[in-house]
Design a protein around this ligand. Structure first.
Ligand code: SAH
Length: 219
């Protein structure tokens, strides 16, 4: 493996292992999620100037006013998304850096991800290519539409916060499927889990969270 992938100093395996230790202490228990996050080089998902901070448990800027999500929240959402029946096909709204997408790609069969900012999407695509993650499909689109052609999805994860849950995402959820989504304005967001049983939806409100806003349209 090349140095760039493996990391040195503040991006070394030891630094990564410390982050995984902290995630465990904070209650992340899914060993598959922890193993994937241990092996995946998060420093390749931020610009080089920020690489030394990639294994701190914080969100970091990725340009265009957006952020790569905090490792704890990535682990928590992934763990929740994987609970219950096997998840083969997953839709993500908000590709951003592609880190959450990459984590998912190693845990489920196929990941579909939509992003409204084409420049971010292009960078993410290059990262997936370099890391040989071949089960990811990307679309430049507004997540309000979901991605109908490949629906239904066993799970849908949203990594930006809308004020209300987009109707199309509920429609594109398979029976028995699960949506994990932060909902709310710039203050007072909460992480929600919505489970579909036939045509009824059961919502559970979890932690208070702080995500970048879900915006309309694409650029
Ligand atoms: N999982 C990403 C999170 C990036 S921040 C990561 O860890 O890097 C959230 C992303 O959602 C941003 O890239 C933003 O452009 C995108 N986004 C916001 N509103 C959207 C919408 N309506 N449709 C698609 N993507 C959206």
């Amino acid at each position: 493996m090349s140095d760039a992938f493996q990391g040195i100093g503040m991006t070394s395996q030891r630094t990564r292992d410390r982050l995984i230790g902290r995630l465990k202490e904070q209650g992340i228990h899914n060993t598959d999620v922890l193993a994937v996050m241990k092996s995946l080089p998060r420093h390749l998902f931020v610009e080089e100037a920020l690489a030394s901070r990639a294994y701190e448990d914080t969100a970091l800027p990725i340009g265009h006013g957006q952020t790569i999500s905090q490792p704890f929240i990535v682990a928590r959402m992934t763990e929740i998304l994987l609970e219950g029946s096997p998840k083969k096909k997953v839709l993500e709204v908000g590709t951003g850096s592609g880190y959450q997408t990459a984590v998912l790609s190693r845990l489920v069969d196929r990941v579909f991800s939509v992003e409204r900012i084409s420049l971010l999407q292009n960078q993410a695509r290059e990262r997936f290519y370099n890391l040989k993650l071949n089960n990811i499909r990307l679309k430049h689109s507004d997540g309000n539409w979901g991605w109908e052609e490949n629906a239904p999805y066993d799970s849908i994860i949203v990594t930006c916060a809308p004020e209300h849950v987009p109707e199309n995402l509920l429609k594109q959820l398979a029976p028995g499927g699960r949506l994990v989504i932060p909902v709310g304005g710039s203050v007072g967001q909460s992480l929600r889990v919505i489970d579909r049983n036939g045509n009824s939806f059961e919502e559970t409100i979890l932690d208070d969270v702080s995500f970048v806003p879900f915006l309309n349209g694409q650029i």
